[in-house]
Design a protein around this ligand. Structure first.
Ligand code: GLN
Length: 450
């Protein structure tokens, strides 16, 4: 037993809750998919530290089907960039089924990369390279997302290839509008192969976690796609990943997600978790019934709905006062009066834009009548991102222009190296190791102006 088993218990609990659901049916338009076991039901969760938890049939392999689409979209975006990819495939929810003729009137451009029409185009955009043919690049990319070498279920591929006329028809339609850059037969063949790539629910959770983790696989540590690509893919998953059920899913579950007709389902909690489910019984939209129920319940239980502001940050500013009330303040009347004109602000934690705004607001409020000098104590600050730094520098520079001197307690150089601070704030910001020394410096400076 270990403490983290409690996470597994939560998954087992959900598994038990929904394992008895018998609604839905397996996809049979790809005959091979009816060979799956309708009782199979797996759940998996992978954290941003790469910790993996699962319950049920989480190690049972199945074909990715449409769950492959966001990852191949990622590969196309990483190879060609958003502008080029967007010339060929849009980013608007189609409000239609996955296999609908969702093409823009006039241009023939598919609505988005999550429906079949758009995914066929996305796949066709991945160029053969000198080192590797397109499908090899796709398989390698999917494998890097999963953190292990994946392979193709040749039976599923053959089965879809033998029955996939609707997808071929879609490809020919797109080609007729000159919106497909390659031969329709070849494009669909590569697309069928990508859909037949085999993985488990645990693999899927790692893949989703890689998107949630800004494109870095949290298990292997490998960067698979740039952070902006991961964000773009998650955005399209959020609006289009569940086809004509996307709006309802975002409303109720609140996570970027992607379903597939073999019964796989992924959802990503940005900067939180990758989630996956596998259960072959599907609803009318082609989504795993148990998967939908379980990931929905998991999102609720873990508070993952994106619109719920789960990250409302804890307190940043821990103190706004004047230096005369610091425990070490001198007792003489004159010294105390001087100290009373020195504001003190202390901050803590990791500073981002939201936190930096709080610090600047506190600086303004500190000191008597928003005047006098001010000590900014950053000892308890653990880090500041580039946006926070820029804002803090600009704020300190404004403070100086208003005639308020500042001193910082910043032994960890959270504000950046002194040269950079000088350049950005237009002043030599005095730095001290303790709040006391900084307060004393400011009081002395007020006593001897100039
Ligand atoms: N290979 C399947 C198809 O093209 C994928 C569809 C899906 O998973 N929704 O029909």
């Amino acid at each position: 037993m270990s403490a983290a088993e409690a996470v597994t218990d939560a998954l087992r609990d959900l598994h038990g809750r929904f394992a008895g659901v018998r609604e839905g049916r397996r996809a049979d338009y790809i005959p091979e998919l009816t060979r799956s076991d309708p009782d199979d039901f797996g759940l998996a969760l992978v954290s941003m530290d790469g910790h993996s938890y699962s319950a049920g049939a989480a190690d049972t392999p199945f074909s990715l089907q449409s769950v492959s689409k966001p990852f191949v979209y990622a590969l196309a975006l990483a190879s060609l960039g958003l502008e080029e990819v967007s010339r060929w495939v849009g980013a608007e929810p189609s409000g239609e089924a996955f296999n609908a003729i969702s093409l823009e009137a006039g241009t023939g451009r598919p609505a988005n990369a999550m429906v079949n029409a758009g995914a066929i185009v996305t796949t066709a955009l991945v160029p053969d390279s000198r080192e590797a043919p397109a499908f090899h690049r796709i398989l390698t990319c999917l494998s890097r997302f999963a953190g292990r070498k994946l392979d193709v279920d040749e039976d599923v591929y053959a089965s879809e290839s033998a029955t996939g006329d609707r997808n071929r028809a879609l490809a020919y339609l797109i080609r007729s509008a000159r919106a497909l850059p390659v031969d329709p037969v070849a494009a669909v063949d590569t697309y069928f192969r990508q859909c037949a790539v085999r993985a488990t629910a645990v693999d899927l959770a790692v893949m989703a976690a890689t998107l949630a983790h800004g494109g870095v696989n949290p298990v292997t540590g490998e960067r698979v796609v740039p952070p902006e690509v991961a964000a773009q893919v998650l955005a399209v998953m959020a609006t289009c990943g569940m086809y004509d059920a996307s709006g309802d899913w975002l409303l109720r579950v609140g996570l970027p997600a992607k379903s597939g007709v073999s019964g796989g389902l992924i959802a990503a909690g940005p900067a939180r978790f990758g989630l996956a489910a596998y259960s072959p019984l599907l609803d009318a939209a082609g989504t795993s019934v148990r998967g939908y129920a379980a990931l929905g319940a998991l999102s609720e239980r873990l508070g993952l709905h994106l619109m719920k502001n789960p990250a409302l940050p804890g307190s940043t500013v821990t103190l706004v006062t004047t230096a005369d009330v610091l425990p070490s303040a001198p007792s003489g009347r004159r010294e105390r009066a001087l100290r009373g004109r020195v504001g003190v602000v202390a901050a803590q934690g990791a500073l981002d834009f939201t936190a930096a705004e709080r610090v600047l607001y506190a600086l303004d409020e500190s000191g008597p009548e928003r005047a006098g000098s001010v000590v900014l104590d950053l000892r308890e600050v653990t880090g500041a991102d580039s946006v926070a730094l820029e804002l803090l520098h600009a704020g300190l520079s404004r403070l100086a222009r208003e005639g308020r001197r500042a001193a910082v307690v910043d032994p960890g150089d959270r504000l950046g190296p002194p040269d950079l601070v000088r350049e950005r704030t237009g002043q030599d910001l005095p730095r001290f190791g303790s709040r006391e020394e900084a307060a004393e410096h400011c009081a002395q400076a007020l006593a001897a102006p100039g």
